[in-house]
Design a protein around this ligand. Structure first.
Ligand code: ATP
Ligand code: MG
Length: 554
């Protein structure tokens, strides 16, 4: 699959863009991806990135990366840097410089003054409790605050003094003057500025008032000439406010907001707040723990950017609920790795086999990939003692067993046919070693007069390298860990989500750099760890995904 461009799947947003280009409403498109630098990006963001950057690519348009940095207490440079790295790693590049909502703080302030001058914004000093009470409910209209009728001159004066730091945090806000009786609560005189003395990663201590998201987002879009502003469905009810702001200030551009459904993945969570809690409370080793649904976690686990992009293509974009099974992600990853990863042998649960009729040293050349000769070859050495997978031997085989049993034969992958003659046991009856013999006349050809069905993987004890292999299982025990009202999502963490084993791998992987993908034959796809794997030294592999779907079988 990798390398072959996949057909584009159309969606309602593409239809809108096609119509806008055909009608001449726009002669090119500009989209944006607007993360808040308050955490690492996750798989849901990957969907939004593929959508926004993907559209810009397909329509030869532009996509901006704009940080929504309007909540200084929660934002950091580390997050902003990680987000840029993740977008690039996914294979996208933004148009021009990175943009920041804070680039527009002066302009945003100016537009707020404009709204005040038009009688469309006012300073309010209700307490938060009063504010809630005045807002009304879904069934009851709100009521006007006394501050709503403040004269314009007084509003201008108070707003300037808010900016100058004359008032305490939280003591006053600037509100848009829209309609306290609107059936849409977002239009009930929403707060557009608040006082917050917090150090900002870009503007330092210059400001002590910060614009709210709904106010700054639409203006930032307009200032950048965004044509299609794409966001998730929970912002549908905010669109009237988006439009109200742009309709009431002197700005030549009015982007259109379109909403699509959020991606949710079974057995994981896509809430930044909860992901942060997992990190802070050390339920995981960090934001890039391979069990995290973050882009950096998926990357470290061995998911490829091509595979994640293919996943986004397969799930598509719509307005209907988008709870996706992990199997869809895993099959996209598997399909990509199938032709990308070199194949080698590794044994994760070793059982020693001594080959009683083999002496000396020998090695056979084998392709790294059956369909990709360009991947090259390596030597697969065999020695008197080898390891096989303990699970590939059964003393009492179930019916249909094609692997090894006493008196039976299997083919050693890339090598001889081997017969098991004896199982050596310890005092408690566990098989600890097998004594086997090889058929010397079976290298590269079938034995005479009999069929050997099973092929098993193995490594030579003398040559194999010891490696730490980290096996991952789903991180939560239930499909929707944050759906339970009584229990915390933490109660559903799978205690067996990580198993570390010491296994044996062919020596040809010795110098593999971090982030090298392999298929360990019959076991799955594995990737050398980005952080802890040392080429030529201690080898650390993460299991990316098993070879077959292990999710839907239950
Ligand atoms: P926050 O609660 O911090 O705002 P957020 O998940 O909305 O969290 P943002 O940084 O604001 O995070 O998101 C950036 C962009 O990614 C937004 O346009 C948002 O719509 C999109 N996005 C976030 N989560 C998902 C998701 N699960 N599926 C699709 N798009 C998403
Ligand atoms: Mg958001």
């Amino acid at each position: 699959m990798s390398g072959t461009p996949q057909p584009t799947v159309s969606n309602f947003i593409r239809s809108i863009i096609d119509a806008d280009l055909a009608s001449g409403k726009h002669d090119g498109i500009v989209t944006r991806f607007p993360p808040e630098p308050n955490g690492y990006l996750h798989v849901g963001h990957a969907k939004s990135i593929c959508l926004n950057f993907g559209l810009a690519q397909d329509y030869q348009g532009k996509c901006h990366l704009r940080f929504d940095d309007t909540n200084p207490e929660k934002e950091s440079e580390e997050y902003a840097l990680s987000i840029q790295e993740d977008v690039r790693w996914l294979g996208f590049e933004w148009d021009g410089e990175v943009r920041w909502a804070s680039d527009y703080f002066d302009a945003l302030y100016g537009f707020a003054v404009e709204l005040i001058n038009k009688g469309l914004a006012y300073v309010d000093d209700l307490t938060p409790e009063q504010m809630r009470e005045y807002r009304g409910t879904l069934t009851q209209p709100g009521k006007n605050s006394p501050g709503r009728d403040r004269p314009i001159a007084e509003n201008l004066d108070l707003f300037a003094r808010m900016k100058n730091g004359e008032f305490a945090d939280g003591s006053m806000v600037l509100r848009a003057r829209i309609d306290m009786a609107s059936p849409n609560i977002n239009l009930r005189d929403p707060v557009i500025y608040r006082i917050r003395r917090a150090h900002h990663i870009r503007t330092g201590d210059k400001w002590c008032i910060y614009p709210m998201y709904d106010y700054s987002h639409c203006i930032s879009d307009a200032l950048e000439g965004i044509t299609h502003s794409l966001c998730t469905l929970e912002f549908e009810d905010h669109r009237p406010l988006y439009d109200w702001v742009l309709d009431n200030i002197a700005i030549p551009c009015h982007p259109h907001q379109y909403e699509f459904s959020r991606l949710e993945l079974h057995y994981t969570i896509t809430s930044k707040r909860k992901l942060l809690q997992l990190v802070n409370e050390k339920h995981v080793s960090g934001w890039d723990d391979p069990r995290m649904p973050t882009i950096s976690g998926m990357r470290r686990r061995g998911y490829t950017s091509e595979g994640i992009r293919e996943f986004a293509r397969r799930i598509g974009v719509s307005k209907s609920e988008n709870i996706v099974d992990m199997a869809i992600m895993e099959s996209a990853i598997r399909d990509d790795l199938e032709s990308r990863a070199a194949r080698v042998m590794a044994v994760i649960n070793p059982l020693k086999v001594s080959l009683t009729n083999f002496d000396g040293a020998q090695a056979r050349e084998a392709d790294f990939h059956p369909n990709h000769p360009e991947f090259g070859k390596r030597l697969v050495p065999i020695s008197k003692d080898i390891f096989i997978e303990a699970g590939d031997f059964a003393e009492v085989p179930p019916s249909g067993w094609k692997r090894l049993t006493l008196g039976g034969e299997v083919r050693l992958r890339h090598s001889y046919v081997m017969r098991c003659n004896e199982a050596v046991k310890d005092a408690s009856g566990h098989v600890i070693e097998l004594r086997c013999s090889i058929d010397h006349d079976t290298l590269g050809k079938n034995p005479e007069g009999r069929k050997v069905k099973g092929v098993i993987h193995w490594v030579a004890c003398e040559h194999a390298l010891s490696a730490e292999i980290r096996m991952y299982d789903r991180f939560f025990t239930v499909p929707e860990p944050d759906a339970d009202r009584e229990k915390s999502f933490l109660d559903f963490i799978n205690p067996a989500s990580l198993t570390v084993v010491q296994g044996w791998v062919e020596s040809c992987v010795k110098d593999a750099p971090p982030e090298t993908h392999y298929q360990f034959e019959r076991l799955g796809y594995f990737c050398t760890d980005r952080r802890e794997h040392q080429p030529g030294g201690s080898l650390v592999f993460n299991r990316t995904v098993t070879l077959r779907d292990s999710w839907t079988k239950e």
